[in-house]
Design a protein around this ligand. Structure first.
Ligand SMILES: Cc1cc2nc3c(=O)[nH]c(=O)nc-3n(C[C@H](O)[C@H](O)[C@H](O)COP(=O)(O)O)c2cc1C
Length: 227
């Protein structure tokens, strides 16, 4: 094995990584939350640990600069900071994401206030549910947000059209193709997050003591100050 290869600790960490889910609506039976749960279950099946934040449970006040984050937001920020990847799942509201979902994302500003670079280099899987055919519009909105938070969107996205016909009252997914896409997204996220984690470990090795011997140029790291 090359001296620059990631060590066993990095490999173990990559195998045990955590995927953090955020989404749902304030509706008593939320299709976007059911979709999120499906992706997270697939991620667990692929060997990841998962943590799920339903926006309804966050019960977050509107983000305001300087406002003390409530405990649920503190938990969300810690999970995002420590997690390897995220899944976002929002309903389509008036051609975009819901306000409650956006507010939860706005609260991630707390990370920047603490000198943590948002979702720097992490992978985000995107899901949206809509009553009509335009759930992709919410996903497009989320993709802009992913870039603003310095993350990477998973190439597979799952826009769920006519969600009322896709999900049963108990949240069961009645459309096997949608179920398969959500499962695929969970598996892809775990594989992609592992690849990124191992790549980062490899990069750290290259920048470490072996760098000079191997004549590796030093990578300039970007600023960590918010936007
Ligand atoms: C305030 C509001 C706005 C909505 N706007 C749209 C819309 O623009 N296009 C659409 O197809 N569905 C729209 N819907 C329907 C929701 O996208 C759809 O019912 C979705 O599945 C709800 O997700 P949930 O089950 O997680 O609450 C809207 C629903 C609400 C409550």
């Amino acid at each position: 094995m090359s001296a620059n290869a990631p060590d066993a600790g990095a490999v173990t960490a990559a195998l045990r990584l955590r995927i953090v889910g955020l989404g749902g609506s304030l509706a008593p039976r939320s299709t976007s939350l059911a979709a999120l749960d499906r992706v997270l279950a697939a991620a667990r099946g692929a060997g990841a640990a998962t943590e799920r934040f339903a926006v309804a449970d966050l019960d977050a006040p509107p983000y305001r600069p300087g406002r003390t984050p409530p405990p649920a937001i503190e938990r969300l920020c810690a999970a995002v900071r420590d997690g390897a990847a995220m899944v976002w799942s929002s309903p389509l509201y008036h051609g975009s994401i819901s306000g409650t979902f956006k507010n939860a994302i706005d609260w991630l500003e707390v990370l920047a206030e603490r000198g943590e670079p948002y979702l720097d280099g992490k992978l985000v899987g995107l899901v949206a549910t809509g009553a009509g055919d335009h759930a992709l519009q919410a996903i497009n909105s989320m993709e802009f947000m992913v870039r603003a938070l310095r993350a990477l969107a998973c190439p597979l996205v799952v826009p769920v059209a006519r969600a009322a016909t896709v999900f049963g009252d108990d949240g069961a997914i009645l459309d096997p193709e949608i179920a398969a896409d959500l499962d695929r997204l969970g598996v892809l996220l775990v594989g992609g997050a592992r690849t990124l984690a191992l790549g980062a470990a490899f990069e750290r090795r290259l920048q470490g003591p072996h760098a000079a011997a191997a004549n590796v140029p030093s990578a300039a790291s970007g600023p960590v100050d918010g936007r």
